[in-house]
Design a binder for this molecule. Structure first.
Ligand SMILES: Cc1ncc(COP(=O)(O)O)c(C=O)c1O
Length: 376
């Protein structure tokens, strides 16, 4: 597309017509991007940028197979999921095949926030409990229901933490409350969750859900110590609550050796609800909540229909299927392992030379030090 306005006019019009809380990157010298392909973005003068910041263009910007799949389905039909259509079924089948067997029921939505909001509804409906335990520094989305459980946001603004929201310490063994020199950090951090549950119960409150990213991304690239999630799940289940794993940012093979980040912690850890988004549509707005039959049936038994105008439409599902195909065909998980291992090696060399580098994190050694970087 040709440029409609000069860069200066674009900026001035944006200031006039777009809400001031919608920030731009590199505000001192903003970039106007006109097109992108693969790992590159191009500005209005044709200047090429290597894109190290987008966490959505998972298979590369404007991947031809994804674009083709969208255009092909768009020409045929786009409608809502109240009509029978094979794309939604095929997509649900392919997605659930990547997950443990008990996670077999999908609800398609349009953004990570929408997926997390629905996950909270499912959790609250399951046993009629209301309260939520979240981790310090967490971000789970921009809806009112999610700002409430996102200390990353609400501690910055003027919002006051609700009584129904409980904040557990982030299981950070580098800078957190219990560090690598602690004899059992996973139990110590999980006991903090247990304490929160007990205190809430003693004042008559009931926990509906514990929610956490499978590894905290914008909250500091924090990888919990081995065994932490298993122990938390035990406490949470005992309280009649569910475990929600937010994979919106860290899912779809990004951690290399596993398709989902929660799988890093071993086969004995399976969340009750998994939410996904961002890379799922490579830029097309699609997201999903996957849960167990039991939780889905409890949601449905409330008698209220769940309808989402765009969620699971044939075009979105065609896009999602194409993304899965590309991840597989181009062995992008293998690429994440190769490039990740190489980066870790180089960073560790630098760490040995520079005391300024305190911690290098990678995701395949859950109990050790790691590096993995994404933007919000
Ligand atoms: C972990 C996590 N969950 C949820 C969301 C919300 O997703 P969306 O911006 O698509 O609503 C984000 C977005 O940054 C996120 O990082």
């Amino acid at each position: 597309m040709c440029e409609l306005y000069s860069k200066q006019d674009t900026l001035a019009l944006r200031e006039k017509h777009i809400g001031p809380s919608c920030k731009i990157f590199f505000a001192a010298d903003p970039i106007k991007i006109m097109r992108a392909r693969g790992q590159y973005m191009f500005d209005e003068k044709g200047e090429r940028y290597l894109d190290c910041i987008n966490n959505v263009a998972h298979v590369g910007h404007c991947h031809p197979e994804v674009v083709k799949a969208a255009a092909k389905q768009m020409e045929l039909l786009n409608t809502n999921s109240r009509f029978l259509h094979d794309n939604i079924i095929e997509f649900a089948k392919r997605l659930t095949a990547t997950l443990p067997q008990k996670l077999s029921v999908c609800y398609f939505t349009n953004s990570g926030s929408e997926a997390n909001d629905l996950a909270l509804r499912l959790a609250r409906q399951f046993r009629g409990h209301q309260d939520v335990i979240t981790l310090d520094h967490a971000y789970h989305g921009h809806l009112s229901s999610l700002i409430e459980i996102s200390p990353y946001k609400f501690q910055k603004g003027k919002d006051v933490k609700r009584e129904s929201v409980h904040v557990a310490p982030a299981p950070d063994t580098y800078r957190g409350k219990y560090r690598e020199d602690h004899e059992d950090p996973s139990t110590a951090y999980a006991d903090e969750v247990k304490k929160i549950i007990e205190e809430a119960q003693s004042s008559g409150r009931k926990i509906a859900a514990f929610i956490a990213e499978s590894m905290q991304s914008c909250g500091g690239q924090i990888i919990p110590p081995a065994g932490y999630f298993q122990k938390v799940a035990e406490h949470v289940h005992k309280a009649g609550a569910v475990f929600i794993a937010d994979e919106v940012q860290v899912g779809f093979g990004r951690v290399g050796r596993h398709f989902w980040s929660f799988q890093m912690y071993g086969e004995d850890f399976v969340p009750d609800i998994v939410t996904m988004g961002k890379p799922m549509g490579n830029g097309h707005p699609i997201s999903c909540v996957v849960t167990t039959k039991e939780i889905a049936e409890a949601f449905s038994s409330a008698g209220m229909e769940y309808f989402n105008t765009y969620g699971g439409n044939p075009v979105s599902c065609a896009v999602g299927l194409a993304v899965l195909d590309v991840i597989e065909k181009e062995n992008l998980q293998g690429n994440a392992v190769r490039v990740g291992d190489y980066l870790i090696e180089l960073l560790n060399e630098q760490k040995a030379k520079h005391p300024l580098i305190g911690d290098v994190r990678c995701v395949d050694q859950v109990s050790q030090t790691h590096l993995f970087s994404t933007a919000e």
